[in-house]
Design a protein around this ligand. Structure first.
Ligand SMILES: CC(C)(COP(=O)(O)OP(=O)(O)OC[C@H]1O[C@@H](n2cnc3c(N)ncnc32)[C@H](O)[C@@H]1OP(=O)(O)O)[C@@H](O)C(=O)NCCC(=O)NCCS
Length: 285
């Protein structure tokens, strides 16, 4: 409940020492992020903290993908000071630093009005699926197709594939993720046609990003991780056009939430040979 922001609020850059307080804010929202997840995100991006009398009451973070695009996430205002303009101040601070870039974000229902007022437009939806798969059918592979562990020497090709699928220059993020995650590659006719990463996140594990040429390829990649981690709590955030929602429900990973994908500026142009079937996470996109 709003109690009034009686004391002055200062905005300043987020640093590693702020992460335990930031983690408490996300816990207050019942978001699943561990402090380590915040830490990983700060490694890749920047943030702003709102502080009132030494207490951290708000956060926002952003990640740049080359010169043209950025993503905003982890926008949180402590419940007791919501509705008093702090969310807007945090967003304005982030947008000022991001500059002229196109900005993408995935909005909760609570954030929608704020983002619309700041010029963001709805693009699509993203569904959050999570749970444990106990029995995962062996995927039907097409001739000359296989799913194999990603090798270090393949990462530069994976970065190119990712750029094609997303229209984003997020090589730094993909390389960083590959440094601490496990990855598999979808190989078709001797070429890398898709990939999927698997890592610790929140209450269990996250499968993402998943990039594939088609839904069959995406299912093959995701089945690899679900099948080799049967009974483990896994999460995927899948775009509505992925077509994966019904299949994930059947696998034992029901849809537990939906966010609205929004864009401010010129939307990035993805290629046609591969597309995104699951996000890195809702914040980074
Ligand atoms: C979304 C959030 C960051 C907004 O912060 P805030 O400080 O309360 O927002 P502000 O006071 O700056 O309000 C900005 C606008 O947001 C809208 N807004 C604020 N809270 C809202 C709510 N609970 N529901 C719907 N709209 C809301 C209002 O339209 C307001 O516009 P106005 O100033 O013209 O009335 C905050 O509600 C929050 O932390 N929510 C939980 C975490 C979350 O969902 N974050 C968004 C992730 S994408």
């Amino acid at each position: 409940m709003a109690t009034g922001l009686k004391k002055a609020v200062q905005l300043r850059a987020m640093g590693p020492d702020d992460l335990s307080a930031a983690y408490e804010l996300s816990r207050e929202q019942q978001w699943p992020h561990r402090e380590k997840d915040w830490d990983r995100m700060l490694d890749l991006g920047q943030g702003v903290i709102a502080e009132s009398e030494g207490r951290i009451v708000g956060t926002t973070m952003w990640w740049t993908f080359g010169e043209d695009v950025a993503s905003i996430g982890m926008v949180i205002v402590s419940k007791d000071v919501q509705g008093q303009g702090l969310g807007r101040q945090l967003m304005n601070a982030a947008l000022e630093q991001i500059g002229e870039r196109t900005v993408l974000l995935n909005a909760t229902a609570e954030g929608l009005n704020l983002y619309r007022a700041l010029g963001f437009e709805t693009v699509s939806s993203v569904y959050q699926h999570q749970g444990a798969a106990f029995s995962v059918p062996i995927p039907e592979l097409i001739p000359n197709e296989r799913v194999a562990p990603m090798k270090a020497g393949e990462i530069s090709d994976i970065v190119e594939l990712d750029r094609h699928a997303t229209g984003l220059n997020r090589g730094r993020a993909v390389e960083y993720l590959c440094s601490y995650t496990q990855g598999v590659v979808l190989n078709r006719d001797g070429n890398q046609a898709g990939y999927a990463l698997f890592r610790r996140f929140g209450r269990g594990y996250a499968i993402g990003p998943t990039v594939a040429p088609d839904i069959g390829g995406a299912k093959a990649l995701i089945s690899h991780w679900l099948g080799s981690n049967a009974g483990m709590f896994c999460r995927l955030d899948v775009p509505d056009d992925s077509g994966l929602s019904g299949w994930l429900d059947e696998m034992g990973l029901p849809c537990v939430g939906r966010v609205t994908r929004m864009c401010r500026g010129t939307a990035p142009q993805a290629g046609v040979l591969a597309r995104t079937f699951s996000l890195i996470n809702q914040a980074l996109g």
